[in-house]
Design a protein around this ligand. Structure first.
Ligand code: CTP
Length: 400
């Protein structure tokens, strides 16, 4: 699967660097071309000679190679690679990557790279669970870098928990799957809504909800990877997307989201509405900030327009429509009702009762109910894996 692929590996100073020679060998066996960059600290754990022998290429470390008198161009290296894999990545390098501190060649290449970047952390479990590390990982994944999650197990410190760098075989498998992505959405235009909406009360306050947008963004990324041209209508969220196949339209209110969707729906093949749209918005938006008074305050609300229901009315026989349902009671019955009332091809049910599912989490547990009322429950998975399940089901039903 990796025949002819150019893999650039960045190695930082963790004991897990001992796995990199195995990784290089496996990649070469799969037909990849491999170049390796090491940080100064990495050389204490694995020798450049081992890595250059196995990769068949000189191992680079500093900006300037004293033996050849040559300046190493981080831009050229970034352009050369089809993928940049930073493994193992220490907590320190995670912090520098997340903040763009390019004080070595490995990080300068990261900032210059145009290719996809995977990173495989390795550290002790307390360091891995520290909020600073978690924030850095969040920052890096939010801008499109792909996390290879560390495994649970015995760590070099003797502690047991998460922090072991993923095994070389699994890393190679992950890269193979990435390069082997089916292009089964090629030439398909897809509209996706994601995130919450904010309904203004006055110039400083709004009615909103806890939706993070992660599920919709994960679906957008998955479909774009598989060849779709995606229009992503996003409410106010703090995540980014960088795929060239994704055109993002940022909106705030339910009305703005409605208008954005209506203006492009006739042109799309598939619409997937994951957004948590406010059902009500204030009847009147106060022009000035509402001042505090001693008595209670009532705000008159009016219903917003239901985007999904309207797209269900407008949809032609050639168009496919997917809705989401977030339920807290009578989940299946309510979801089936929405499926029918809104004229959907299928509905994705997620329950707030499931641990690790729903708003804000990186995981989700869904059930898909199709037009024939066939109910398919799925396991709790990462939102990326859930996006794959949803994409597979769309292709299966859309093409049949
Ligand atoms: N939805 C929409 N526009 C709205 C409200 C909801 O497009 N104004 C979409 C959501 O994106 C989701 C689906 O409708 O795909 C279901 O949303 P949900 O809030 O679960 O259901 P509602 O139809 O709003 O019903 P209720 O809140 O009463 O459960």
């Amino acid at each position: 699967m990796l025949e002819g692929k150019k893999v650039l590996i960045g190695v930082t100073g963790s004991i897990a660097a001992y796995k990199v020679p195995f990784l290089v060998r496996l990649l070469k066996k799969e037909g990849a071309e491999v170049k390796v960059l090491v940080s100064e600290a990495a050389k204490d754990f694995v020798t450049p000679l081992t890595l250059s022998t196995l990769s068949g290429n000189p191992v680079l470390s500093g900006f300037f190679d004293e033996s050849t008198g040559k300046w190493e161009s981080h831009v050229d290296l970034g352009n050369w690679a089809d993928v940049y894999l930073i493994a193992p990545v220490t907590a320190t390098t995670l912090g520098k990557l997340a903040n763009g501190i390019a004080d070595n060649l490995l990080i300068a290449v990261y900032l210059a790279a145009k290719c996809p970047v995977f990173f495989a952390p390795a550290m002790d479990l307390d360091m891995f669970h520290h909020p600073s590390t978690a924030n850095n990982i969040k920052k890096l994944t939010a801008i499109g870098n792909k996390l290879i999650e560390p495994r649970e197990g015995e760590l070099a410190s003797g502690l047991i928990g998460a922090g072991r760098m993923e095994e070389p075989e699994a890393i190679v498998e992950r890269l193979s799957v990435f390069f082997d992505k089916k292009k089964d959405f090629a030439n398909r235009k897809v509209l996706i809504t994601a995130g919450p909406t904010y309904e203004a009360i006055d110039p400083v306050r709004f009615i909103g909800n806890h939706s993070s947008g992660k599920m919709g963004f994960a679906i957008a990324e998955e479909l774009a990877e598989r060849g779709a041209r995606v229009i992503l209508v996003a409410g106010p969220v703090s995540i980014g997307t960088f795929h060239e196949n994704i055109k993002r339209i940022d909106v705030k209110s339910a009305e703005e989201m409605y208008n954005a969707c209506m203006s492009c729906h006739s042109d799309v093949d598939i619409a997937i509405l994951t957004a948590a749209v406010a059902d009500y918005s204030p009847k009147n938006v106060a022009r000035e900030k509402i001042k505090k008074k001693s008595n209670s305050l009532s705000i008159d609300l009016k219903p917003t327009k239901d985007i999904l229901a309207e797209l269900g009315r407008r949809k032609t026989n050639e168009q496919f429509l997917v809705g989401f349902a977030l339920e807290t009671e009578n989940e299946l019955a309510n979801a089936k009702k929405k499926l029918k009332n809104k004229n959907l091809d299928f509905i994705v049910l997620n329950s707030l009762k499931e641990k690790g599912a729903g708003f804000g989490h990186d995981t989700n547990k869904i059930t898909i109910i199709d037009k024939q009322l066939k109910v398919t429950p799925f396991e709790l998975k990462s939102k990326q894996a859930v996006a794959i399940d949803i994409a597979d089901r769309i292709i299966e039903l859309f093409s049949s």
